[in-house]
Design a protein around this ligand. Sequence first.
Ligand SMILES: Nc1nc2c(ncn2[C@@H]2O[C@H](COP(=O)(O)OP(=O)(O)OP(=O)(O)O)[C@@H](O)[C@H]2O)c(=O)[nH]1
Ligand SMILES: [Mg+2]
Length: 446
Amino acid sequence: MDLGSGIRKALAKITSATVVDEKAIKELVKELQRVLISNDVNVKLVFGLTKRIEEKALTEKQAAGMGLREHIVRIVYEELVAILGEKYEPKVAKQRILLCGLFGAGKTTSISKLARFYQSKGLKVGVIAGDVHRPAAIDQLEQLAKQVRCEFYGNRVIKSPQIRQLVLEGLDKLKSCDVIIFDSAGRSAFDSDLANELHEVGEAFKPDENFLVVSADMGQVAGRQAEEFNHAVPITGVIVTKMDGSGKGGGALSAVHASKSKVAFIGTGEKPDALEVFDAKRFVARLVGFPDLEALLTKVKEASDEQALQKAMESGELDYEAFLAQMKAMRKMGPLKHVMQMLGAYDLPEEVVGKGEEKMKSFEAAVLSMTKKEREDPDLMHQKARQERVARGSGLKPDEVRELVSNFDKMQKMMKGMKKNRGLLKRFTKMSPDLEKLKGMSGFGA
Ligand SMILES: Nc1nc2c(ncn2[C@@H]2O[C@H](COP(=O)(O)OP(=O)(O)OP(=O)(O)O)[C@@H](O)[C@H]2O)c(=O)[nH]1
Ligand SMILES: [Mg+2]
């Protein structure tokens, strides 16, 4: 299972649990462990992470206005972000960038991506073909440079011992460029030859950024590699490529972060525009399927509301809380009347169906002015004194509250009718697009 759907599934356990207790939290943690380890995240990291999640979920007090589910989802989210790293802030300025890495890691491809990235920031970019071991590598970079329209310097005569000369010539030829990127040769493994060559290039080139390129499918080994390279030439950032095709991306990113290197960019495809500035928050948000933490928490809240609704639908017992949730959910489905008619319910009170937003707002205000007891025991609201009190509290006219109460009664009656009609109920639950979306998209409620 890929990391995203694994995490969504784990979170769904909590967001759809009837009770969120220690046992539910332990289960969530276990599920997270399983999915992270199967995505090649280092075991020690995983246990540290899940231990913190468990501790915080059990001891930390949730913020005001936040439900327990949201609280836990927030903790999970933040801890995932914490093991993946931070946000890289690329310098938009004149600079020299050296790329290094093992064979096939994606160095040359990443250079074309970086060229395009810095060009899009208004900088003039030039690249130096430094893979003097293979003429084909020089051709590859030349072609890519043409494709992204940046300056190129290569010399097919110079060999490894004169690499210093190549660097100096390149710098000279490209001196009109703001950003100069050097493509170094790969090796099948990290060895002293590679270290020496990089060292020499570094001396002559004097890079501002030294990016190590690693492939995501390396998983947690990426961390060890970052350490090795760091000894030879201090790495300022890591580019993790092939995030699009690997189930080990999470392992690679977390290992790089644990090795004290920063992930700077991620490569997400072969084309020159498949590059992203790395931002752990954005990365996690996308994994769980929401643009940011706030959007995720909103969804969790809705999911809890809709659970109240679904429970009411199943039991046929309606109270004011569930009624409110139901109105909200139905509103999202489009004209309520049409929806209900398609389902075979023609006798829905026009007053409930017809008036939209305004009615909802006054209804919500009225329900919020009810006591907990009144919400759970709707019959209490037949008492005139209570209706008047709620009217004062919600700023409505007593007549309006009376109307709401009577609409509620009609709805309640209909629900009881629906309970007898099992088929209708089933169809309705099936049709609710929000419940379905929730199941399909995010794994919640699944
Ligand atoms: N799907 C995918 N493929 C990538 C990505 N980055 C690189 N590749 C592919 O990986 C292969 C190797 O890429 P190169 O850029 O040639 O790698 P390199 O590190 O320069 O290789 P050497 O110079 O031989 O050491 C190519 O087929 C690229 O198209 C990526 O982010 N996603
Ligand atoms: Mg190359």
